[in-house]
Design a protein around this ligand. Structure first.
Ligand code: PEP
Length: 251
């Protein structure tokens, strides 16, 4: 059975006091939620403070990025060992904003995933097609390429996959449950090709304009095991409602 997994991607939002204010309101609101994984991914600058506050709670901590070398002369970069040391459990790799604005490729995403896992972190590995690619009928080609190249030698036991159609991120255009399920089923089948039976235990999250209003219907899909949430994760009450989605737990 796959335990639901709901993660907040705060992107470049929130100072340390703002992050602490969020946690002050959010922690008690979800303290009794024991049947799903809840993860916060703040900017690097809030990781240390949040790690101290979240220690011993039911909320995990993720970074949003890392560099693919162990250490050295890479000004401005942050290593996997540093993230592990500061208290992270997870790191996001391959987010479409990193692919788009920072020119990350399947190869660099793959190197990041491997070095993260080598330092004890689990990876939230993002894939997804653009609107042009979808309209050109290339969705599955893109997903297949991103999965096969990006997951080469990546350990299935420390892996969460996030399907985030680029056209749905931050746009208010959510994939319909049918569109999400179709893509997630394709991703599950591809994962079977890579990981055989272990693919059945991989959580596949949907990301792209998830809100309290659409979370229940998306989470009810057979191969949707959780959500990666951007905009709607910035307010504690809105993210609480998504975390507490109803139904679809026993997959
Ligand atoms: C994201 O960036 O991971 C995301 C899903 O953003 P939003 O929920 O705002 O579409």
């Amino acid at each position: 059975m796959r335990r639901p997994f709901i993660a907040a991607n705060w992107k470049m939002n929130k100072t340390v006091p703002e992050a602490m204010d969020f946690v002050y309101a959010f922690l008690p609101a979800v303290a009794e939620v024991k049947d799903r994984d809840i993860v916060l991914a703040p900017p690097f600058t809030s990781l240390f403070a949040l790690a101290e506050r979240l220690a011993g709670t039911n909320i995990g901590l993720s970074a949003q990025n890392l560099f693919y070398e162990e250490k050295g002369a890479f000004t401005g970069e942050v290593s996997a060992a540093m993230l592990e040391d500061v208290g992270c459990d997870y790191v996001i790799t391959g987010h479409s904003e990193r692919r788009q604005y920072f020119l990350e490729t399947d190869e660099t995403v793959n190197r990041k995933a491997k070095i993260a896992q080598g330092n004890g972190l689990s990876v939230i590995f993002c894939i997804g097609e653009s609107l042009n690619e979808r309209e050109a009928g290339m969705t599955y080609d893109v997903l297949r390429r991103q999965l096969r190249n990006g997951l080469s030698e990546v350990d299935v036991r420390k892996l969460v996959v996030a399907y985030e159609p680029v056209w749905a991120i931050g746009t208010g255009k959510t994939a319909t449950p049918d569109q999400a399920q179709e893509a997630h089923k394709y991703i599950r089948d591809e994962l079977r090709g890579i990981y055989k039976n272990d693919a059945d235990s991989v959580r596949i999250l949907y990301g792209g304009s998830v809100t309290p209003e659409n979370a229940d219907s998306l989470m009810a899909c057979a191969d949707v095991d959780g959500a990666l949430v951007g905009g709607a994760s910035l307010k504690p009450d809105s993210f609480e409602k998504i975390v507490k989605f109803k139904g679809g737990i026993n997959k």
